[in-house]
Design a binder for this molecule. Sequence first.
Ligand SMILES: Cc1ncc(COP(=O)(O)O)c(C=O)c1O
Length: 397
Amino acid sequence: MRMAKRIENLPPYLFVEISKKIAEKKAKGEDVVSFGIGDPDIPTPAHVIDRLCQAAKDPVNHRYPESEGLPELRQAIAKWYQKRFGVSLDPDKEVLPLIGAKEGIAHIALCFIDAGDVALVPDPGYPVYSIGTILTGGEPYYLPLTGKNNFLPSLNNIPEQVLKKAKLLWLNYPNNPTGAVAGLDFFQKAIEFARQHDLAICHDGPYTEVAFDGYQPVSFIQASGAKDVGIEFHSLSKSYNMTGWRIGMVVGNATMIDALKRVKSNLDSGIPQAIQLAAIEALSGPQDCIQEHNAIYQKRRDLVVEMLNSIGLEAKPPKASLYVWARIPEGYNSVEFTTDLLEQVGVVVTPGTGYGRYGEGYVRLSLTIPDAGLVKGLSRLAGWRSSRIKYGDKRVS
Ligand SMILES: Cc1ncc(COP(=O)(O)O)c(C=O)c1O
């Protein structure tokens, strides 16, 4: 059997060692408390589930769906964007439902990247931006997100020879894993930059609805000229606790959306129609659940940030996203620290290097842990003691 080179080119799974240690602990009967995965623990709102149950019983919804999604869903997405961000979208040309944002993020590479082409990708970042690029034979060029730059990429530092080969610029705010946010001024500069260098922008914004202290994240599409150069991926996963239902969307530039639609219509057969109808309910029905969920996450955020700082990490409360990005104490690298935490107190956090080289020196904690687990996790963290003396570690700031 001879596998394709693209499989060999996939980076190794960075959490192998940690996953092994978690399995060992569990095999010994020891329980672990996980702040690892960003998967909302709060259920999907009841009215959305009711709509799904009702739709599942209707035989009309048992057949192949249209790959471009129900017109009613595209209209509901356009209305949601209008209401939430004040932007107008043509539901037929500028909106495409997805089987979760991840699917579209991976497939857009097929529309832009030929062998040897470059995609500009944030580091640390959601891994699918670079994986999609690699699978299509392209090369990711990593843009460091550092504390010094408020976790925004410095676009002016990209070498000219890289820009000549670059076709896509990936951005993601509110950001996973750093929790950083960007304003319209940043998006405006990125649009200008994309125009200068003939780049298409893919903004990934699934966390715009998860925000705290009254902060309201913006959409990339609100920036003037956004639709000329780019698209925004979004999702119902985090806004409405629907990760398991697999539904998201992409909106913006009609040419880019048309290309993705052409790829997808050849690869998948659309989103189950009952799920589409439930998504319409989520987008068009009562929106109180968003504030209710954010109030829960905000309380958790404050408890987690306080605890981390009290045991020697440095963490600031994020304004948005589901994540606390914490600088680890001197003397460890991210994987060593993660392993130490797991071995000493049975708490799982994600090493920053799982999201790229510039994640070194950090760990990510997700706020999607049920309150009982959170209380247990915090009391375990309180018992953690650093076993390291200071030495020149490999941290980057
Ligand atoms: C930045 C980012 N983009 C996209 C996704 C995927 O969203 P979906 O569930 O819609 O595929 C995630 C999920 O964690 C994410 O963190």
